[in-house]
Structures are given as structure tokens and as C-alpha cells.
Design a protein around this ligand. Structure first.
Ligand code: SF4
Length: 468
């Protein structure tokens, strides 16, 4: 995509962001638009909103950023009602196609149903094969359609019972929001791997992947949906029921390391403050002598401030990132690339020239971006580049909706730390230890999924692989 500096394959990518609102008397389509705007970092490939007026659900979706999909304001104006669901998508399962954009809107014998999903079913393909073998027809390649068919096939008349029936078949990491013409239903997987929170507006309730979506629409955080919990929101308020009794929680630790926005809170912890603690801890574990600290924008800036504090060094803006690159951006030609065009990230030469720089990043996936950024700093005159990573090495694939599907893509699964240092061209390289990371969380150590760091999968990969 962007040939210079930032390799988009060199980051873990969250699959999606979900948003739902029940608020009679409010412009719910507009509020959903702003909620999705706050969740844009969780997916940039497609966006969509479905709204119900109590009888009929209307759906609008398209490819691109939220602001691009709803640039034509008549699309939002069509969405009249008092409850809505919205979705931003980064594709992992299922190609990047409009048919895979969500909300998925289906009609079954009980009426219309809109579905948005963040996550991945580890047995999604097997369920799909079984459903196809018994007559189901699928239009898209996402896991949202699987739950739609399971609900439609349930013999239950009442939606809550039909959904519970369907959930009994699902394995994996998921946060669903379903919408009937008059109810919202929020669901979080039995381990709580994917986040989902409940908020309150003056006249209703909101469900969202992250609390930053509450702030943008002036809603208050109420609580997180618990692992294995289903909440139903309608004219009677919020009702909670359990579809699975969890023995432990395993929230994805990468929500704190990289995915979530710094102004969001998860598990009662503010993401920025946790990242800052990660920064302090990695600097304690790997002290270095240098002149300044800088972070790779934007996700590493909180951690870089913690590193600077710990090392007693100035925290500087070593790079400027251009944030205005949309889907319609013209890709540079071969000739322009040869000039070394730096579209997305540019070092501030006056800051790094002649300096020993501590470069902070949140993770290393393939190593290509680190290599390019270090070279860029050296070209700008840095005399040394010491790299600190505020996560442990990623050594194993994620089966829960994050797009590191095979170990051979992961530099830390193939090389030792010294070999990685050599390959990326750093003067020194330090990763945050797993123990240090979990100390910073100040919660029971088994409250998190850390499988891509240590192979301890809450849903065993054998099950995942066998299930496919
Ligand atoms: S394997 Fe890693 S990326 Fe995937 S859910 Fe667990 S911690 Fe998150």
C-alpha cells in the first residue's frame, strides 16, 4: 500500500469496532456516525449503520472511512429511528469487499435482524460447512452470517432464547451487537477476549467496543459487559442474562499495547496510563545512555513519555506523521518512489541530528517498519538509535481475529533478539518482559490473553485448527 517507511503488514490489526444505541427521541444515526468516528482506528476498510424506527430496519454501508461512506449526508438522513448499530471493519476473515461490510441485515421468520461483530470464530469455517451441507446459502464470507443462520434455524420463537441457542455452537473471540426492530442485544464471548462496554445517555443506552465512543457523544460509562454475558436493551431498560459461565477472563492484552485509543478505559484501567507504565518498566529493564526519547506515532507516544520519565531524558517529537491519507490517495509512481518520498512519516532533522536517540515502539511484527524508521533516523543524522519495545516479542499466531495468522510472518518467531537487533539495524534493542507487562496491569495475571507472546491460548489452538 504505502511503499515507504510504514509497512501496514508490520502491525497487528484489530478486526473491527462495534457501536449500538437505544435512545428514543435522539438522532441515533448521527450519534452512531460520531461513535464510529471515535472507533475509526479499529478498522478503516468499510463502515456502516443500520437504524430501526421500531418496525423497520434500514441499512447503509460502504467501503472506506466513516466520513467517506457518509460524505453524502442523504445517506444518514435516510436512517430514521430510535435504535441503531454501527460497524467499522478491518478485514481478516473474508476479503475486503462490500458484501462483507457490516451491519449484516437479514430477514428470517421472526422479522429483520441486523448484526455487527468484532472478533473471530475459531470454528466459523466448520460451522459454515455444516450449515451449507444442510441447505444454508451464504452471501458473504464473514462470521456474522454464521450466527444469523444459527438464529434462524433455532426452533425458539423468542429472540433471546434463539440467540442463546446459537451461541452454544460458537467458539472464539467475539463481541456481537444484534438489533431487532425494537431491541438491542450485546454479547461478549465467554473469555471476554474482545471488549464491549455499556454506556448511558440522557434517554437511553449505548454499547461500544471502547469507552472513547461514549465520550464523543456525551454518554457516561456504566460498566463492561462481562465474559459470557448477554444484555438486552429495549423500552424496559437493560436486562442481563448469561449464556456461558466463565471461569476466567482473558481480555486481549494488545488492546492495552496497541489497539485501543489512549483515552479509552478497559478493565478499569486507562490505556494511556498503562502504556506509560509499560514505558517506565521497559526503561527500567533496559536502561540506555542517550540524549533524547522519541516514539513512533501515534500508538507509541504514551509509552515513549514513560520511557523519557524513567530515563530522565527529554521527550521529543522525532517524527511528524501525516494523518490525511485516505483511500483515494494517489499511490506514488516508481519514479517518485525512487526519490525517497516520505508520505506518511518524516523525521524532524533538527531534533535528531547529532543525537543518540531512544526510539520507542509498541511492538514488532515483521520488523520491516522498524528497519526503515531506524535508517530514516540515521539518514537524518542520529548518531545512535536504541530501540525499546513496550511489549514482549510476538512469537505465535493469533487465532482470535488479529491478522498474524502464521508464525513465519513473525520476526521474533524466527530470530533471537540479537538477530532481530542486527536485522533492523539498531544499536541496542530491548523488549518489555512478560512479567513486567503483567506487573504494570496490577490485576490477576490470568486476566488477559497473552497467547501470541507465550502460546497459552485460552481457546486451545488444537481445537481451533481441528475445528477448521
Ligand atoms: S493471541 Fe495476542 S493478539 Fe490475539 S487475542 Fe490473544 S493477546 Fe490478543
Amino acid at each position: 500500500m504505502f511503499p515507504e517507511i510504514i509497512d501496514p503488514r508490520d502491525k497487528m490489526h484489530e478486526e473491527c469496532g462495534v457501536f449500538g444505541i437505544y435512545a428514543p427521541g435522539s438522532a441515533v444515526a448521527e450519534l452512531t456516525y460520531y461513535g464510529l468516528f471515535a472507533l475509526q482506528h479499529r478498522g478503516q476498510e468499510s463502515a456502516g449503520i443500520a437504524v430501526s424506527d421500531g418496525e423497520t430496519i434500514t441499512n447503509e454501508k460502504g467501503m472506506g472511512l466513516v466520513a467517506e461512506v457518509f460524505r453524502d449526508t442523504s445517506r444518514l438522513e435516510k436512517l430514521q429511528g430510535h435504535l441503531a448499530v454501527g460497524h467499522v471493519r478491518y478485514s481478516t476473515t473474508g476479503e475486503s469487499l462490500l458484501m462483507n461490510a457490516q451491519p449484516l441485515l437479514v430477514r428470517y421468520r421472526q422479522g429483520q435482524l441486523a448484526i455487527v461483530l468484532n472478533g473471530n470464530l475459531v470454528n466459523g469455517r466448520r460451522l459454515r460447512r455444516q450449515l451449507e451441507a444442510t441447505g444454508s446459502i451464504f452471501q458473504a464470507t464473514t462470521d456474522s452470517e454464521v450466527i444469523a443462520h444459527l438464529i434462524a434455524r433455532s426452533g425458539e420463537e423468542e429472540i433471546t432464547a434463539a440467540v442463546k441457542n446459537a451461541l452454544a455452537y460458537l467458539q472464539g473471540a467475539y463481541a456481537y451487537i444484534l438489533m431487532t426492530p425494537d431491541q438491542l442485544i450485546g454479547i461478549r464471548d465467554p473469555y471476554g477476549i474482545r471488549p464491549l462496554a455499556l454506556g448511558k445517555t440522557g434517554n437511553g443506552y449505548i454499547l461500544a467496543s471502547e469507552t472513547c465512543a461514549f465520550d464523543i457523544v456525551g454518554a457516561e460509562f456504566v460498566r463492561e459487559i462481562e465474559p459470557g454475558e448477554m444484555v438486552i436493551i429495549d423500552e424496559h431498560g437493560v436486562h442481563s442474562t448469561r449464556f456461558a459461565h466463565s471461569t476466567k477472563q482473558a481480555l486481549c492484552i494488545f488492546e492495552f499495547i496497541y489497539f485501543a485509543r489512549p483515552d479509552s478505559d478497559l478493565n478499569g484501567r486507562n490505556v494511556h496510563m498503562v502504556r506509560k507504565r509499560f514505558g517506565r518498566r521497559v526503561a527500567q529493564e533496559h536502561p540506555v545512555e542517550a540524549d533524547l526519547v522519541t516514539g513512533v506515532p501515534d500508538s507509541s507516544l504514551s509509552a515513549a513519555s514513560g520511557v523519557a520519565e524513567q530515563l530522565g531524558l527529554p521527550y521529543e517529537m522525532g517524527f511528524v506523521k501525516n494523518r490525511y491519507i485516505g483511500r483515494t490517495f494517489i499511490q506514488p509512481s516508481q519514479e517518485i518512489r525512487a526519490l525517497g518520498v516520505r508520505i506518511k512519516l518524516n523525521p524532524v532533522r533538527r531534533i535528531v541530528e547529532g543525537k543518540r536517540v531512544v526510539l520507542v515502539d509498541d511492538s514488532i511484527v515483521r520488523g520491516t517498519t522498524s528497519m526503515r524508521i531506524i535508517k530514516m533516523l540515521r539518514d537524518a543524522g542520529a548518531t545512535a538509535v536504541h530501540m525499546l519495545i513496550t511489549s514482549p516479542p510476538i512469537i505465535a499466531p493469533c487465532y482470535y481475529g488479529i491478522d498474524t495468522s502464521s508464525a513465519d510472518q513473525l520476526i521474533a518467531a524466527r530470530l533471537t533478539i540479537e538477530e532481530i537487533r542486527e536485522q533492523i539495524g539498531a544499536d541496542s534493542l530491548g523488549f518489555l518482559s512478560e512479567e513486567g507487562m503483567l506487573d504494570c496491569m496490577d490485576l490477576p495475571r490470568d486476566s488477559f490473553c497473552t497467547a501470541c507472546l507465550n502460546h497459552c491460548y485460552p481457546v486451545k489452538p488444537e481445537d481451533c485448527l481441528a475445528a477448521q
